[in-house]
Design a protein around this ligand. Structure first.
Ligand code: RP5
Length: 166
């Protein structure tokens, strides 16, 4: 049962070092007026925290989970294994393999346990925030209007012709 005061979106990440990427998801959620909670939950370093978070996420009132991780990025998939909530995975750009390791770790889920996988890095985090907004907007007319306005503003910001920039 959803608690009315609970944040709707959990933005979890494997490490403090993921925050510069994952904060872009939080910024979009802020812009759209969606309550959210950023948390560090490591599949490898804090496995008990992961299990506790994922098993209790729905009863805590979360409706969508955004999970970012890099390298051997098991966080989104393991979270999806423990909860029926929609999980959007963000591959964080790793130093060794530029995030291709993260992407392949997150995207190749076995049939039956889905993770909606976004692009590597900032674009993925931003779009994960927008995907969360789209899901929540299905049952929230005010949010649907805010999302429409946000998209319209992006369209109107595109000039018809390019200009030189020094
Ligand atoms: C992953 O390992 C994290 O998601 C992070 O992207 C990566 C590196 O973590 P740190 O060593 O920077 O803490 O679990």
């Amino acid at each position: 049962m959803t608690k009315p005061e609970s944040p709707k979106v959990a933005v979890i990440m494997g490490s403090q070092s993921d925050w510069p990427t994952m904060k872009h998801a939080c910024e979009i959620l802020d812009e759209l007026g969606i309550s959210h909670k950023p948390l560090i939950v490591s599949a490898h370093r804090t496995p008990d925290r992961l299990v506790s978070f994922a098993k209790n996420a729905r009863s805590e009132g979360f409706q969508v989970i955004i999970a970012g991780a890099g390298g051997a990025a098991h966080l989104p998939g393991m979270t999806a294994a423990f909860t029926p909530l929609p999980v959007f995975g963000v591959p964080v750009e790793s130093k060794a393999l530029s995030g291709q390791d993260s992407l392949l770790s997150i995207v190749q889920m076995p049939a039956g346990i889905p993770v909606g996988t976004l692009a590597i890095g900032k674009a993925g985090a931003t779009n994960a925030g927008l995907m969360a907004a789209s899901v929540l907007a299905l049952a929230d007319e005010d949010l649907a209007h805010r999302l429409d306005a946000w998209r319209q503003a992006r369209t109107e910001a595109v000039a018809e012709q390019p200009v030189d920039r020094s």
